[in-house]
Design a protein around this ligand. Structure first.
Ligand SMILES: Nc1ncnc2c1ncn2[C@@H]1O[C@H](COP(=O)(O)OP(=O)(O)OP(=O)(O)O)[C@@H](O)[C@H]1O
Ligand SMILES: Cc1ncc(CO)c(N)n1
Length: 266
């Protein structure tokens, strides 16, 4: 009879579903499995999208999301929580309620507002609600630069300028640099203690679907395993880069990260 592995950390994921399988909950499950963690995927929203575009989305009722999360929390020893697409201000407030009832859990918040292809994944005002009420509860937020600009309300802001505006709202902030056309990608980690860490990697050719989900999930897994923050960010970025290096193009649009277990990545 199969025995449960008592040492595999559980990460509760509250994210949207992407039927193409490149982003959202499927990305969370694959990336967490690759870190040696168990993903408990709770659905916040359904989307109609593929590797080319998003055409629609529907946010679930708050009661359904609370019921899913509480079913997991009442059953398993959850070590961390990862947030992806929330989609509405009501869902932001639902997650806040959940986190206030479970304040000891480390929270990784990927403030998803748009898909990699540009389509909207949130109703208006989600950015404001995220910044004002949810970011303060997160151990770390992982916006890409366009998301950081929306959250900071600085449409032309640099990463440093956005961080200066956002740090009063969050403990730690990782502004990712996948968007843009510089030869190198600069990922910048700003910590509450005033330290800053730059992680630079070579830009791979092409455009990727679910790179941000992969990164935030891998990071939540590294934290659930007990890694300290800066090391966990480094491991998650390294892992994400390898999944993009090995990415495949299953459709007509963006490449999908190949989220192999760590043992299979060189
Ligand atoms: N072209 C690329 N080459 C190398 N690494 C990349 C590339 N694009 C993204 N990455 C890596 O993936 C991480 C997350 O990507 P990005 O900043 O594009 O997030 P995102 O826009 O939230 O992704 P998505 O919306 O597709 O989930 C980056 O921090 C970077 O390290
Ligand atoms: C459901 C979902 N979450 C996040 C993203 C961001 O990549 C996406 N495209 N779809």
């Amino acid at each position: 009879m199969p025995q449960p592995n008592p040492f595999k950390p559980v990460v509760l994921c509250l994210s949207g579903h992407d039927p193409s399988g490149g982003a959202g909950l499927q990305a969370d499950i694959e990336a967490l499995m690759a870190q040696g963690c168990h993903a408990a995927p709770a659905v916040t929203a359904l989307t109609v999208q593929n590797t080319v575009d998003v055409t629609d989305f529907r946010v679930l009722d708050r009661d359904w999301v609370l019921a899913q999360a509480n079913a997991v929390l009442g059953d398993m020893p959850v070590s961390a929580v990862k947030l992806g697409m929330l989609g509405s201000v009501e869902m932001v407030d639902t997650v806040i309620e959940l986190m206030q009832a479970n304040p000891a859990l480390p929270l990784v918040c990927d403030p998803v507002l748009r898909a990699g292809g540009g389509g909207s994944l949130g109703k208006e005002d989600v950015g404001f609600a995220l910044r004002e009420r949810l970011l303060p509860l997160a151990l770390i937020a992982t916006p890409n630069l366009p998301e950081a600009r929306i959250l900071a309300e600085l449409p032309e802001g640099s990463a440093d300028e956005c961080a200066a505006k956002l740090l009063p709202y969050c403990q730690n902030l990782l502004i990712t640099g996948g968007h843009g056309d510089e030869a190198d990608i600069h990922n910048r980690l700003y910590c509450k203690d005033g330290s800053q860490h730059d992680f630079t990697c070579a830009r791979l050719p092409g455009s990727y679907h679910g790179s941000g989900c992969t990164l935030a999930s891998a990071l939540s897994g590294r934290l659930a395993l007990g890694e300290e923050l800066v090391g966990a960010v480094r491991s998650a970025l390294d892992y994400t880069w390898r999944t993009l290096r090995d990415a495949e193009q299953p459709g007509h649009g963006q490449y999908v990260p190949r989220r192999l277990p760590l043992d299979f990545c060189s």
